[in-house]
Design a protein around this ligand. Sequence first.
Ligand code: CDP
Ligand code: CDP
Length: 216
Amino acid sequence: MANLSIAIDGPAGAGKSTIAKKIALLKNLVYIDTGAMYRAFTLKLINKNIPLDNYDLIKEVLKDTEIDIVDGKIYLDNVNVSSEIRKPIINKNVSQIASIPFVREFLVKLQRKIAENNNVIMDGRDIGTKVLPDAKYKFFLTASIEERAKRRYKELKEKGYKCSLKDVIDEIANRDKMDSERKVDPLKKADDAILIDTTGKTIEKVINEILSMIDM
Ligand code: CDP
Ligand code: CDP
């Protein structure tokens, strides 16, 4: 593993990707959004109408799947799916797919390979605990469910999706629960990660907090 890695974990809407992207630019790191990888594979299964509980079929599809991140864009079988993976149907189903052990094994391998060849800032749920346990810096971002849902609701509205704030609270709470309770590599703060509660904090404030703690 390249030794200049930063791991950022936390629940949905905590600000991980926004903050990781900015720190990547400031510190010349490669930003890897691991959630986008789980989303892309979920999108493929949905587009192919694969029943999401048919593990044999899912395994077959996975064998024939290529996922790449280039310049912050996510490619599924060489097609840029960066916008499509943010659709509400993916939000609804991604945690179920991310709980499948062989899917995680496949993507963790890919994530580690990228980190071997680049100085990365990687965000997800299990980066500090599983993917990069030796990361130089580990942060666990969180915020109240109300604030996280409001942030996401605002984004969905801006993109033109029709939903209520309650729908978003329910969806996020459900995903947090599934992600935290799954057997393999659940969402969990690594013992050596620094906890940052971003409730009521601006993006700039959180970035400055992180920058004050890293020396690279
Ligand atoms: O952006 P948001 O926080 O809503 O989600 P994401 O980071 O795009 O991740 C989508 C989903 O992928 C999560 O809810 C998890 O189920 C799964 N995931 C995971 O299991 N492990 C990771 N390292 C990253 C994401
Ligand atoms: O990646 P994650 O799901 O943790 O969150 P995100 O996609 O980075 O952030 C969700 C939304 O909240 C984005 O629109 C951010 O601009 C916003 N945000 C915010 O308003 N204040 C923060 N301290 C962090 C994020």
